[in-house]
Design a protein around this ligand. Structure first.
Ligand code: NI
Length: 183
């Protein structure tokens, strides 16, 4: 079931989410809905608070994203209670959007090389190293679980704006204007 995505301004995006029990029988249904909702919106990631659920669950990943054309694929992944560590001090600016802040992009500094871990639905744990955009997507979703939005991470708010104003000739702007998957 596609769930309604909560938009910036809703206090549910601004609270730290609760730990989730991987054995909770509600988890598989929530995860299935989150994946369906993310994919219906052509998103590259979604955190449970974005659908109003106060649990530490995130989904992310794509083969090819119309919102981020040219970015290398990221394996479709579900993580419960995720954590990460930086494996380098390197930080890189990159453009981010958010399904909860439709039509906008901002330039956000993120760690370029991390190791993340989390529980898997149904048991077990995943541990993985990630670089670049993959690491960026993870950190963006992880922030959602702590009530943090990408704007909070920006250091230069002149680099925040509407996609069709920032990148008028980009196919991403056309996608937003057409309204197809425009969140
Ligand atoms: Ni987001």
């Amino acid at each position: 079931m596609i769930r309604k995505i909560v938009k910036m301004g809703d206090p549910r995006l601004r609270r730290a989410a609760r730990s989730v029990d991987p054995a909770d029988p509600a988890v598989p249904g929530i995860v299935a809905d989150m994946l369906e909702t993310m994919q219906a919106a052509s998103g590259v990631g979604l955190a449970a608070p974005q659908v109003g659920i106060d649990l530490r669950i995130m989904v992310f990943g794509f083969d090819e994203s119309p919102r981020y054309p040219g970015e290398p694929p990221v394996p479709v992944t579900t993580l419960l209670n995720p954590t990460f560590t930086r494996l380098s001090d390197d930080v890189e600016d990159g453009w981010e959007g958010c399904l909860s802040i439709p039509g906008m992009r901002g330039l956000v500094p993120r760690a370029t090389h991390i190791r993340y871990t989390g529980d898997l639905p149904g048991g077990g744990r995943l541990e993985r190293e990630a670089y670049g955009f993959h690491a960026r997507v993870f950190q963006h979703e992880h922030d959602h679980l702590d009530g943090i939005l990408y704007l909070d991470r920006m250091t230069d708010l002149t680099q925040f704006g509407f996609i069709d104003a920032l990148f008028p000739d980009s196919p991403v702007a056309a996608l937003e204007r057409s309204g197809s998957g425009a969140r």
